[in-house]
Design a protein around this ligand. Structure first.
Ligand code: ATP
Ligand code: MG
Length: 247
């Protein structure tokens, strides 16, 4: 089982859009895949049109150390399951409280799924918290979408520093560019500079309206714009990530 967390300290950079598409592509490749929507905004769950069976359910599971598998639901797609976001704010507080007691809590919660899934994708909320630290410890790859702007470089460096400070292996952190606009000189220059860091996948996701349309279709891009450029970019990037991860 390979656990990939879509994370960035910064909000609105394409974590959820990417998580939803990568999970779909992994499942389509035939891998048993789970998407855990751990962001209380519940956007990934919205795209998969999934709601938890019981509000507050996740709270019970995490609190009582019960079987996480009880929270897992099927999606409309083969090989793809989801743990939808628990939309009660109280549950999120409980999750944070639990994570406070151990930085490895999430890792141990995921342990029993090891034999069930090939890939687990976690859609993370932005920001640093005890939850993000738990996620970094649980994930094999912390996959960061980065928009090529000056502020994003700053954030990227802050995340790197956080890894060092918390003694988390920096090799886990991998990045790719999103919402790139190569007509902008700044985007080009920043990409050129950051590619030298060897933390970035070569393939990137441009700014494309097919990605935005996920909200209208409530589905991954492959299902409504398979022949478009956005779908092609996500497929190419997923292939590169998969090869990097499974090598
Ligand atoms: N490559 C892209 N081209 C155009 N629009 C995009 C692209 N990627 C994401 N978007 C749009 O940008 C917005 C933010 O994307 P998304 O929700 O994936 O970001 P996020 O990092 O998960 O945000 P949050 O921090 O709030 O969870 C959404 O409206 C999404 O449709
Ligand atoms: Mg999101």
């Amino acid at each position: 089982m390979v656990t990939i967390a879509l994370y960035n300290l910064k909000g609105g950079v394409g974590k959820t859009a990417s998580c939803v598409n990568f999970a779909y592509l992994a499942a389509q490749d035939g891998y048993k895949t789970l998407l855990w929507d751990i962001d209380p905004q519940g956007s990934a769950s919205f795209y998969y049109q999934s709601k938890p069976k019981h509000k507050g359910g996740i709270k019970k599971l995490i609190e009582k150390d019960a079987d996480l598998e009880e929270a897992i639901m099927a999606t409309d797609y083969e090989n793809l399951d989801i743990i939808p976001a628990d939309l009660s704010a109280k549950s999120f507080d409980v999750i944070l409280e639990e994570m406070k007691s151990s930085k490895k809590r999430l890792k141990s919660i995921l342990q029993p799924l090891n034999k069930v899934y090939d890939f687990v994708f976690i859609d993370c909320p932005p920001g640093f918290s005890v939850l993000s630290e738990n996620i970094f410890n649980a994930a094999d790859i912390v996959l960061m979408p980065v928009i090529p702007t000056t502020l994003s470089i700053r954030t990227y460096n802050m995340v790197k520093d956080y890894f060092k400070e918390k003694n988390i292996e920096l090799s886990k952190m991998m990045c790719f560019f999103t919402m790139a606009d190569l007509r902008k000189n700044m985007h080009n220059e920043i990409m050129e500079t950051l590619y030298k860091d060897k933390k970035f996948f070569e393939n990137y996701i441009p700014y494309l309206s097919d990605v935005e349309k996920m909200g209208i279709h409530k589905a991954p891009i492959e299902t409504y714009a398979r022949s478009g450029y956005a779908a092609q970019c996500y497929r190419d990037l997923w292939t590169e990530i998969k090869e990097g991860v499974l090598e």
